[in-house]
Design a protein around this ligand. Structure first.
Ligand code: ZN
Length: 87
């Protein structure tokens, strides 16, 4: 398991459509990888937000998809020192 793979599985992880074996691997990875933990949280939040709000006509699912992509890319390409503060 690595970070790229881990992030690629987030969606299925949240949809609970992964087999137990993979879930265990994901969780094991996230125990040791802070980046992925933070990212899963961010990802979950994004999903929750996009589901909670009945998408107003000005926000297309297109935009939400793009937002998710931006989030994922930000985590993996920039290696930024400043992670979003997570409580
Ligand atoms: Zn990771």
């Amino acid at each position: 398991m690595n970070c790229k793979l881990c992030s690629a599985l987030f969606q299925e992880f949240l949809e609970k459509s992964l087999c137990e074996e993979v879930i265990t691997e994901l969780e094991t990875h996230m125990k040791t990888c802070k980046k992925c933990r933070v990212m899963l949280r961010t990802y979950t939040l994004t999903i929750t937000l996009s589901q909670k709000v009945d998408p107003p006509c000005c926000v297309s699912t297109d935009k939400i998809d793009r937002l998710k992509k931006i989030l994922l890319e930000r985590f993996f390409t920039k290696q930024s020192a400043q992670e979003p503060s997570v409580r």
